[in-house]
Design a protein around this ligand. Structure first.
Ligand code: NDP
Ligand code: MG
Length: 390
């Protein structure tokens, strides 16, 4: 807790996740620049309490209210206020005690608190890409109305954002989103049909939460990122290209009207885009491992195999058609990924569930926020029915 005007006061939503933990490592290394004011978790009360005791925030939120008493008791000898329940996320997002929200909740659950923060004029460092996939038009419109900067944390979008610094008057011809290809690069359906979650959770270059790791294995992650890029950088679908780049050294590129291409590079380490988003517009020192180009034999690029990894084709369809289709796709994907992680469906079934749900839920061209919420619910019900999950 602090009132020093030079210290950015951070609300870290999703502090117990992969991005959340790495964000706290960045903050810990720069106590003169950042303070932690809000921490939130879904169920992981043990880690939330440990983080709270170390970083002494104003407020913690445990969404699962059955854990409230344990958190409250563990923090009884501190001044830290404890809230519980889903609604509390929105309530604390509206509070005055912080300047910047690092949005690191996974999935659709991140949308409402992030929107609340935007409507209260908070700067957003956005990891939670699903927020833009579900309701990108409304999120961006609210950000413009409230003069709120949205600084991407997703490494590809951070790369593009960094390439665009100083280029505000120059038109983007296209962006090239790079993708590692995930653990199943080069595999065909006859292999993928037998893939188990233990295998799919082994990402070659990045250590991340379970949901995004499966999204990377199915290439849905890159589909979500195309839609995220459309909203962040105001692009037409035709301006967004995906290339497989297995070394994950070039994090993405921007091509301008004169044919010049800018790329942002570095070792794959999420702490770099996290720190960049927290400190923007400044770059601040870090001790992250440096890239030694002599040790990188080659940088390679290839077209993604969208006949095998059909999720990317579905996401392109959603990107082009717009309306509530990305929201519906996202809902079906979230449910299908969690079913796969619980061994309820196979790897290739994920795509079938998404495709059938996208075909079934009625299309709305220009949804209101309530219509996005309804489309999400409808898609989840339909996807659950297909998978016999109820
Ligand atoms: P994790 O699964 O590791 O962490 C998710 C966080 O959200 C945890 O704090 C979790 O709490 C919390 N959470 C989960 N469900 C809910 C819910 N229903 N309501 C409120 N909080 C919830 O995810 P990651 O850190 O990997 O990813 C976070 C976001 O960042 C995702 O949108 C992802 O796409 C994006 N991202 C992640 C990258 C990475 O390297 N990990 C890279 C680029 C983007 P608890 O621990 O208690 O369950
Ligand atoms: Mg990414």
């Amino acid at each position: 807790m602090t009132s020093d005007p030079y210290i950015k006061r951070i609300a870290l939503f999703g502090s117990t996740g992969s991005i959340g933990v790495q964000t706290l490592e960045v903050i810990e290394a720069h106590p003169d620049k950042f303070s932690v004011e809000i921490l939130t978790a879904h169920k992981n009360h043990d880690l939330l309490v440990r983080q709270a005791l170390q970083f002494n925030p104003n407020i913690v939120v445990i969404v699962d209210d059955t854990r409230y008493a344990e958190v409250k008791e563990a923090l009884a000898n501190t001044d830290i206020k404890v809230f519980a329940g889903e609604k509390a996320l929105e309530e604390v997002a509206a509070m005055d005690c912080y300047d910047l929200m690092l949005a690191a909740i996974v999935g659709y659950a991140g949308l409402r608190p992030t929107l609340k923060a935007i409507c209260h004029g908070k700067t957003i460092a956005l990891a939670n890409k699903e927020t833009l996939v579900v309701a990108g038009d409304i999120v961006i419109q609210k950000a413009v109305e409230n003069r709120v900067p949205i600084i991407p944390v997703d490494s590809e979008h951070s790369a593009i954002f960094q390439c665009l610094v100083g280029e505000t008057r120059n038109r983007i011809e296209k962006i090239i989103l790079t993708a590692s290809g995930g653990p199943f690069l080069g595999r065909k359906p006859n292999y993928l049909v037998n893939v188990k979650k233990e295998h799919a959770l082994q990402h070659p270059n990045w250590t991340m939460g379970a949901k995004i790791t499966i999204d990377s294995a199915t290439l849905m992650n890159k589909g979500l990122e195309m839609i995220e890029a459309k909203w962040l950088f105001n692009l037409e679908p035709e301006q967004i290209q995906v290339l497989i780049h297995p070394q994950s050294i070039i994090h993405s590129m921007v091509q301008f009207e004169d044919g010049s291409v800018k790329a942002q590079m570095g070792l794959p380490d999420m702490k770099l885009p996290i720190q960049y988003a927290l400190a923007f517009p400044k770059r601040i020192v870090s001790n992250f491992p440096r890239c030694d180009f002599k040790k990188i034999n080659s940088l390679t690029f290839e077209e993604p195999d969208i006949r095998t990894f059909r999720n990317l084709a579905l996401a392109k369809d959603a990107l082009h058609k717009g309306g509530n289709l990305p929201c519906v796709m996202n809902a079906a994907n979230e449910l299908a990924v969690y079913a796969f992680l619980r061994n309820r469906i196979g790897f290739l079934d994920i795509t079938d569930v998404i495709e059938r749900t996208m075909d079934k839920v009625h299309f709305i061209d220009n949804p209101t926020l309530d219509e996005y919420f309804e489309s999400d619910g409808e898609a989840r019900n339909y996807a659950a029915d297909i998978m016999h999950l109820s």
